[in-house]
Design a protein around this ligand. Structure first.
Ligand code: BES
Ligand code: MN
Ligand code: MN
Length: 463
């Protein structure tokens, strides 16, 4: 792939400038105020596909934001790689915590990224990582070294639960026929340690509402006499973990797949420094389920976390009030075998059962998704591993991630395809947070590595 790699080296500035332009469009899928920007991003991606030499480019309408599809079929006897990515991004809030505006990308040097990182919402998740695939494809096309067929399916609703992607896959079985799905929407351990993600957690996300009196009350006149929904909610949430930080919902762990001691020992080999971990987060100590390491707590164990909680008076100064209502958004990260709908039901039953007299509670489910594990004894994994070895000069380590990409299990069910998760982001890249960034090293390394995946996957498929 000599010419491909030369093309990449000669076009680094172009690749960066193009990504900067793409990051300027605020493709926030959650907020319909950005609907036109989401579409504009889809159109830009279609343009880039065209310039790179893809065929059958189509902006596919859905009930929500569009999916951008294209392909390059060079020979039906060769394998086909289906690349999935997402061009939508999380909201930029809280915007006041950004050191430069979220949609005005700038390159800044950091301790972890001494060669510079691009700061913008979506830089890493997932515009930057998705764009690596378009640029790698462009390089292979321009160098006339594309070794197999490729299809691109780039969606605009991943951050809101990929609600319409399932329908699209169902309706397009033939068009999406492939041998493997390749996704860069995950991370790696650090810039010296290439890694391939072999597992993702599932998710059950819901919202709860606790209602006390029919109106906000004077906290002097009524304080002590009626249930305060915020006090009640805090206590209910507090009771959902025991002293060992186990989740107390009956049945919650029933289907959890326990790892063998050998598998846990293998996991413990991944480089990890607790001191560096604490330092990076300004923490004096870590916290979690008794009996499990931090790596395990963040990947193979299920969780329950409040993502937001509100109610009452939160404006300036003090207002003496007992609120009528309290709310919280709660996520439960799930592991293989746990069924999101079942967990949502267990939560709902339990939440109702622990509500004290004097309040009403309501649980509203949001999106969810299955956990996924991807095989390491597969051609896909072997090709990704060899590709990393080629560009990093080091063997890749398999890693189970704590994040969720619910469509990975959907792809397997709907299309019968396995996914390779070849991500280049770092946990410290602040995805979903203020000051999200993506290292230039990581961006270019991704573009350089992807063509080798194509090459090795093609070679290995033919043996
Ligand atoms: N790319 C992330 C998931 C991710 C990040 C997996 C890093 C592994 C490592 C994805 O865009 C995401 O944020 N997923 C959501 C779930 C989705 C249903 C909104 C998540 O994990 O919270
Ligand atoms: Mn993502
Ligand atoms: Mn995300």
């Amino acid at each position: 792939m000599k010419n491909t790699q030369t093309y990449i080296q000669e076009n680094k500035d172009k690749f960066l400038n193009e990504l900067v332009d793409l990051l300027k469009i605020p493709s926030v899928s959650a907020d319909l105020a950005f609907k036109n920007d989401v579409r504009k991003t889809a159109e830009e991606i279609a343009k880039f596909m065209k310039e790179a030499g893809a065929d059958k480019i189509e902006i596919c309408e859905t009930a929500g934001h569009p999916i951008v599809y294209s392909e390059k079929m060079i020979d039906p006897s060769l394998p086909t790689i289906l690349v999935y990515g997402h061009y939508d991004v999380q909201p930029a809030d809280p915007i006041e915590l950004w050191t430069s505006p979220a949609f005005e990308p700038v390159i800044k040097k950091t301790e972890i990224h001494p060669e510079g990182a691009i700061f913008a919402r979506g830089a890493c998740d997932d515009k930057g990582q998705m764009f690596m695939h378009l640029k790698a494809f462009e390089a292979m096309m321009k160098a006339d070294e594309l070794p197999c067929n490729v299809k691109f399916m780039i969606e605009g609703e991943e951050e809101i639960g990929s609600e319409n992607l399932g329908t699209f896959c169902k309706a397009n079985h033939e068009r999406l026929a492939a041998d493997i799905i390749l996704v860069s929407d995950t991370g790696m351990i650090n810039n010296e340690t290439p890694s391939i993600t072999t597992g993702l957690r599932g998710l059950s996300y819901l919202e709860v509402e606790v209602t006390g009196p029919n109106r906000d009350l004077h906290s002097g006149l009524y304080g002590g006499c009626v249930a305060n929904p915020i006090n009640v909610l805090a206590k209910m949430i507090g009771s959902m973990h025991d002293e060992n930080n186990h989740i107390t919902i009956p049945g919650f762990y029933d289907k959890v797949q326990e790892l063998t001691d050998a598998e846990r020992a293998e996991m413990a080999k991944a480089p990890f420094s607790l001191d560096a971990y604490k330092k990076a987060l300004d923490l004096t100590d870590i916290h979690g389920e008794t009996g499990y390491s931090t790596i395990e707590r963040g990947s193979i164990r299920p969780t329950l976390d409040v993502n937001g909680i509100w109610g009452g008076y939160i404006g300036e100064g003090a207002k003496t009030v007992i609120p009528s209502k309290a709310y919280a958004k709660i996520s439960m990260r799930l592991v293989p075998n746990q069924v999101p709908n079942e967990i949502t039901e267990l939560f709902t039953n339990y939440f109702n059962s622990i509500a004290p007299e004097g309040v009403k509670v309501k649980v509203t489910p949001h999106h969810g998704g299955d956990a996924a594990v991807t095989p390491i004894d597969s051609i896909g994994y072997a090709a990704a591993s060899k590709a990393c070895e080629t560009t990093f000069g080091k063997k890749a380590i398999p890693v189970r991630s704590g994040g969720s990409i619910p469509i990975v299990s959907m792809f397997e069910k709907e299309l019968g395809l396995k996914t390779v998760l070849l991500g280049f982001g770092l946990d410290s890249d602040a995805i979903h947070s203020p000051n999200e960034h993506f290292g230039l090293f990581n961006y270019y390394k991704g573009i350089e590595t992807i063509p080798y995946f194509y090459k090795y996957f093609t070679e290995m498929s033919q043996n």
